[in-house]
Design a protein around this ligand. Sequence first.
Ligand code: MN
Length: 208
Amino acid sequence: MTLTPLIITTMTGLFSMPNLPYATDALAPVISKETVELHYGKHLQTYVTQLNTLIQGTEYEGMNLEELVEKAPEGPIFNNAGQVLNHTLYFHQFHPSTSSTAQQPEGKLAAAINEAFGSFDEFKKQMNTASTTLFGAGWAWLAQQKDGKLVILKCPNADNPVRHGMVPLLGFDVWEHAYYVDYQNRRADHVNALWNLVDWSVVASRLK
Ligand code: MN
């Protein structure tokens, strides 16, 4: 799989930070500059640094990120690899809040969502429910199964659809670090607002 061509492994077989494809204040007011600076600049940087430290000199050094997420046993390497993959997909699925990009899925993606959930509104409702009912830290994912069908997964902690043989399309991070600065305990309000940032062309490009 080549989900994350933006993750650069260096000559030494280590991972680099994925680029942030917009300014740190571009997602405001849905996600503030302060949250992006903490979430991308501190949390993701820590996952990348820890992953590089953990894989050095092990059988996992030199594997690409998807392989690590598929093969690493439960534990620190999986947790950090999962979070590097999750956050790379997350930060690249948004457009600046001022963008006039289409606010709804189109074409093949729209058809697949309608087939799986009945309508775009029903899909949003189910994704919101998955995001707000996940206990503790984790992710809600729209994912594509091997048979092509779309499903919503509730993934605890660093879990990712790749771990389950599926393709991750759209991920909502419901770890408190993703929203606490801006929304405190109001996870549902944060998730509702995220829809305004989704770049549906990026989500569609992840379909197999
Ligand atoms: Mn996060």
